[in-house]
Design a protein around this ligand. Structure first.
Ligand code: PPS
Length: 305
């Protein structure tokens, strides 16, 4: 283990203070250098580098994180990691060190912002401190969706994952209800208790560093939400109405980038299971108080049930 002791490192045009408490495991292979190999940007001959992301989409799972990162990538000053990196939440990846994390990032020019999305970060309790310790200036994007809708989407995702493995799934009502009450042990329900997870992030990051995207609005009308994201990231206003068109067959907005049109993968925007109206009403009621607590925490409301 390498223990960095309150040193300042210049890194992709930002300064990172590595706190003395941070224990960073060395990545593979050390170079003769005054700096730990983990935090050296990887240079490319054309002047691009791989950087620690200046902004991270932390969740929420099934909130619309893929749509958000794809839409943000329409901006010429954004470069995005292609897949979910799971650095801060999976021990097996975290142990590989910061150099490994950065090596997962795309190459970028100095004026560009690197972004990665791993929706599981939002609900993983170790992640806020880990990101903070590396760069407390990281700008966080969190896309939230009606918590009930998110639970149904979560169930649907697991249902299809299991189907692929030829595994049987329990009917949705069976997992939602236990002994006549909402089953709080069901992970999908816990993930939708946004205020619990948000409290953990607010211990480390002020609200000014966390931009909340309205996932339901992003589905209905993506442009206004994306303009707010541009502003939060101090990007020039580049994303515009011509970047989006509604695809009637898919029932969602799709993207137009330099004349090339594309919709998100078919796994995005699946039909959700029918839920008995009484169970659905119970679920809406269950989330009422937790939602209020979130609204108080973040100083805004959402148009949820
Ligand atoms: N434009 C567009 N096209 C397709 N889908 C869209 C779009 N905008 C938002 N969404 C919603 O994104 C939901 C999936 O969320 P995530 O990408 O965060 O899922 S994941 O956690 O990464 O698996 C996905 O949830 P489901 O509807 O349950 O499939 C979509 O509702």
């Amino acid at each position: 283990m390498l223990s960095a002791s309150n040193e300042l490192f210049t890194f992709c045009s930002m300064w990172i203070l590595v706190h003395s408490s941070v224990q960073i495991k060395p990545g593979r292979g050390h170079l003769a250098s005054p700096y730990p190999v983990e935090i050296q940007p990887t240079l490319h001959p054309n002047g691009t580098k791989q950087c620690f992301p200046q902004t991270i989409i932390i969740g929420v799972r099934k909130g619309g994180t893929r749509a958000l990162i794809e839409m943000l990538s329409l901006h010429p000053d954004i470069v995005a990691a292609e897949s979910e990196v799971h650095f801060f939440d999976w021990e097996s990846n975290f142990e590989k060190g910061l150099y490994w994390y950065i090596s997962q990032m795309p190459f970028s020019y100095p004026h560009q912002i690197t972004v990665e999305k791993t929706p599981a970060y939002f609900t993983s309790s170790k992640v806020p401190e880990r990101i903070y310790q590396i760069n407390s200036d990281t700008k966080l994007l969190l896309i939230l969706r009606d918590p009930t809708e998110r639970v149904l989407s979560d169930y649907t995702q697991v249902f299809y994952n299991r189907l692929q493995k030829h595994k049987h799934s329990q009917p949705i009502e069976t997992v939602l209800i236990k002994n006549g009450e909402i089953n709080v042990d069901y992970k999908a329900i816990n993930r939708s208790l946004y205020y619990i997870h948000m409290q953990k992030w607010l211990k480390y990051f002020p609200l000014t560093h966390i931009h909340l995207v309205d996932g339901d609005q992003l589905i209905r009308d993506p442009l206004p939400e994306m303009k707010k994201v541009e502003k939060f990231l101090s990007l020039s206003p580049q994303i515009n109405a011509s970047n989006f068109y509604f695809n009637k067959t898919k029932g969602f907005f799709c993207l137009r980038d330099n004349g090339r049109e594309r919709c998100l993968h078919e796994s995005k925007g699946r039909a959700h299971p029918q839920v008995a109206p009484t169970v659905l009403a119970k679920l809406y009621q269950f989330f009422h108080q937790p939602n209020k607590r979130l609204f108080e925490l973040v100083g805004r409301t959402f148009d949820w049930h």
